[in-house]
Design a protein around this ligand. Structure first.
Ligand SMILES: NC(=O)c1ccc[n+]([C@@H]2O[C@H](COP(=O)([O-])OP(=O)(O)OC[C@H]3O[C@@H](n4cnc5c(N)ncnc54)[C@H](O)[C@@H]3O)[C@@H](O)[C@H]2O)c1
Length: 459
């Protein structure tokens, strides 16, 4: 069997690599219009960083896993075509800033309609508004010319940073299909692929709309938990409670559970914000304003948390960061990825730059070009410097801000960092991964999210 995937990004690349590894009899081709990205997939320096990904690609590439820009050929040769193209928030036109931009999905459907040489199963891997499958079907059927197209929804639940592990051991695989005989046959074919490594009771089959909506709902619930604990972190700072203690106490209740209760500078990533905006937009479209308002508040709380963090930094640094050196520990939106999309670090950096600060960034995986692009600054803008190690980043700095929870930050020599910083030396752990008491012993003015500050203790 031949399958292909259009879109060689954070989802398409890892997902197809794991399918290739687990199904040696299937030829898997991943295609993209981005030639540079494909060249990287065919090189030793993959375009994305994910623990375990290099090994899987090395094992399968050239055997049953191929990366190419020849999209037409891949469509013609494949029985099943996955769509893993990006679905960002629209920036103009109706629903700008909220609705999902479906132009890439739309153009893939048209390309499939144009070049397909026979029946095809089209699988939505991208996260899409409910009923997008209907639009894809209409485009394909209007050009069917005797060919049969089946649309399946198979949303991807992997988390960046643990993508390979999530793909190999998924909590569940969700596949939505049409109830017709042809729809159910297509669905069985996709189920048979996953059955190569996923237990049957973890493969859920539903109708297409439930599947599409489940993905949006899952992301909305996950983001909501973060916003909920972050809202409590603000209350903790005001009252003297400690948010990690509160999270631990409530997480032991089996109805709540301990996961996704870590207070932080705010969630990022390409999905949570856009998917909630999309959910809210859709709710409003169906006349459900209260539902839209409810989910929109999750994003509002996240923006508030990031802004609050930036304001706290400013207030700790005596209400001015002008010409001060602020070291950023981390820039990626979470650890174990080089993805910076919607990273809280970007908003914090922009806030501090607007106050005339100088920023020195260290991130183990994010490159300089990406950071400059995210901050919208030129290569020669000296307000931002990229450092190759955390110690030189912190040297002479007035403050260190932990913005990504990379493990390496937990084991640094903070005495050495303190010795070389400008005094008073301020450190703000935006991920609650450091031992704040130990830092205070060293002499730092140390602050974490959701615990009383030294400033408050002084009063
Ligand atoms: N990143 C995640 O953690 C994650 C998790 C689950 C679901 N998703 C969803 O998966 C989808 C893809 O996300 P991603 O993070 O992989 O995006 P991405 O931006 O990393 O990759 C998308 C790729 O699609 C390519 N592309 C766009 N239009 C194309 C076309 N017409 N032909 C060929 N290639 C085309 C782009 O060049 C890009 O390389 C989105 O809908 C996203 O919401 C993402």
């Amino acid at each position: 069997m031949n399958i292909c995937c259009i879109g060689a990004g954070y989802v398409g690349g890892p997902t197809m690599s794991v399918i290739a590894q687990k199904c040696p009899d299937i030829k898997v081709t991943v295609v993209d219009i981005d030639e540079d990205r494909i060249n990287h997939w065919n090189s030793d320096k993959l375009p994305i960083y994910e623990p375990g990904l290099d090994e899987v690609v090395q094992e399968c590439r050239g055997k049953n896993l191929y990366f190419s820009t020849d999209i037409d050929k891949a469509i013609i040769e494949s029985e099943m075509i996955f769509l893993a193209v990006n679905t960002p928030t629209k920036t103009s036109g109706a629903g700008a800033g909220r609705a999902a931009d479906l132009r890439y999905v739309d153009s893939c459907a048209r390309q499939i309609a144009k070049v397909a040489n026979g029946d095809k199963i089209v699988v939505e891997k991208s996260t899409l508004p409910v009923r997008t499958a209907e639009s894809i079907k209409q485009i394909l059927e209007a050009n069917a010319k005797g060919r049969n197209f089946q649309i399946l929804s198979n949303p991807e639940f992997l988390a960046e940073g643990t993508a390979i592990e999530d793909l190999k051991n998924p909590d569940r695989v969700l596949i939505g299909g049409d109830p017709s005989k042809e729809g159910q046959e297509a669905l069985s074919k996709l189920v048979s692929i996953y059955k190569n490594w996923v237990a049957e009771d973890k493969i859920l089959t539903t109708n297409v709309w439930s599947s599409e909506l489940s993905k949006l709902t899952a992301n909305a619930f996950l983001a909501q938990r973060i916003s909920s604990i972050n809202s409590i972190s603000a209350l903790c700072e005001a009252t003297g409670a400690n948010v990690d203690e509160v999270a631990h106490a409530i997480g032991m209740d089996h109805r709540i559970g301990p996961k996704f209760l870590k207070a932080s500078v705010g969630f990022g990533g390409s999905c949570f914000k856009k998917d909630i905006l999309n959910l809210a937009y859709m709710s409003e479209h169906f006349g459900l304003k209260e539902v839209a308002d409810y989910w929109s508040s999750v994003i509002k709380m996240n923006d508030y948390q990031t802004k609050r963090f930036t304001e706290n930094v400013l207030s700790h640094l005596f209400d001015t960061v002008a010409d001060k050196k602020i070291a950023f520990f981390g820039f990626a939106f979470k650890k174990d990825t080089n993805d910076t999309r919607e990273s809280a670090a970007i908003a914090v950096a922009k806030g501090l730059l607007s106050e005339s600060a100088n920023i020195i960034v260290f991130d183990p995986q994010v490159n300089e070009a990406q950071i400059r692009k995210d901050l919208n600054i030129t290569d020669d803008d000296s307000r931002v410097v990229i450092s190759k190690d955390p110690y030189s980043a912190a040297k002479d700095a007035d403050a260190v801000l932990v913005l990504t929870e990379w493990d390496i930050f937990k084991t640094l020599d903070y005495q050495k960092i303190y010795n070389e910083m400008s005094k008073p030396a301020f450190i703000y752990d935006g991920r609650n991964i450091l031992d704040i008491e130990a830092l205070r012993q060293i002499g730092f003015d140390a602050q974490s999210i959701g615990s009383p500050s030294t400033k408050d203790n002084d009063h």
